[in-house]
Write a new protein. Structure first.
Length: 305
């Protein structure tokens, strides 16, 4: 029964990891950029939510609704003024640009809000700790279920948006080949900017749920980036459904690892990530060798390796 409980809790935890990872996956899938400021943008979003809630006295959920458009605008500006220009200088420059942006965000938040650890749990009342009893000694938290449900709805919504709307198809076409997309009338600059706006807006949602279920401070971003990156790699880079699967696998691994030993929570998740990464690298090596062998056979210049 204990292991069943750990698996259930891990699946629900995976909902949060999928939520924090979906924006990272979307940005890489469309622009081929690994945004190293992704976790810090999530923390910036939750600080915005916290500030709006404190100044107006409204619920964090209403404050989140107000913060999402602001974060989307920030994502649009980030693409237009930073990422778009840095991409012209080569694939390494966007990594350096987002790394620098992460440092700037962390230090600005430290200067503005101090190093105190904060939480939004007191602001949401019983939702922070109430739970259902499923069976026996298995309890499922209201907040954990809400986070998982929001993650599924968000990923389904993004998938439907990309598949069935004209703007979504334009983003997909730009992701495949921006030059060809331009030839058929797609504004690739606008598609990139909208994708970045959506990706950054999702970080505000993830950051807010982080603050409701745990604590945060100006330097909490790098840890969230690691979790998001691991979920994306485990599930498959650029795949929204894979992001959900990767988040669940990571969450279950961490939950089971915590039951094995006190240090197993993070360690087990990292081990699963490394194993999946090694397997992907091994399989890509096999595919490369097979392709090279086929090219030799077709040219008649060698034998299969």
């Amino acid at each position: 029964m204990i292991w069943v409980d750990q698996i259930i809790q891990g699946i629900l935890l995976g909902g949060y990891y999928a939520l924090i990872a979906c924006g990272l996956s979307l940005m890489f899938g469309v622009m081929r950029i690994i945004n190293l400021a992704h976790g810090d943008l999530a923390i910036l979003g939750v600080f915005a939510v916290s500030l709006i809630a404190a100044l107006t006295g409204i619920s964090p959920f209403y404050a989140l609704a107000a913060a999402i458009p602001l974060m989307a605008l920030l994502g649009w500006a980030l693409q237009r003024w930073v990422l778009e220009r840095s991409l012209r200088a080569g694939p390494l420059v966007p990594l350096l640009a987002t790394f620098g942006l992460a440092i700037v965000i962390e230090n600005l938040l430290f200067e503005g809000f101090g190093a105190d650890t904060r939480s939004l749990a007191p602001e949401i009342g019983d939702l922070a700790f109430d739970s259902w009893m499923v069976a026996g000694q298995i309890y499922v938290g209201y907040l954990a279920v809400l986070v998982f449900a929001v993650a599924v709805v968000l990923l389904v919504g993004l998938q439907l948006f990309l598949k069935w709307t004209a703007l979504g198809r334009a983003i997909r076409a730009t992701a495949e080949d921006p030059d060809t997309a331009e030839l058929v009338g797609v504004n690739s600059r606008a598609a990139y900017a909208i994708a970045a706006a959506i990706a950054v807006a999702t970080t505000a949602i993830a950051g807010t749920f982080l603050a409701m279920r745990a604590t945060f401070d100006p330097y909490s971003g790098p840890a969230q980036l690691i979790f998001a990156f691991e979920a994306v790699v485990i599930g498959g880079v650029g795949s929204l459904w894979g992001t959900l699967i990767g988040g669940i696998i990571l969450g279950v691994a961490q939950s089971v690892g915590a039951q094995i030993g006190p240090r197993g929570f993070l360690l087990t998740g990292h081990i699963v990530f490394l194993l999946v990464l090694a397997a992907r690298l091994f399989m890509s090596g096999i595919d490369w060798r097979a392709g090279f062998s086929r090219s030799l056979r077709s040219s008649g210049k060698g034998r299969p390796l």
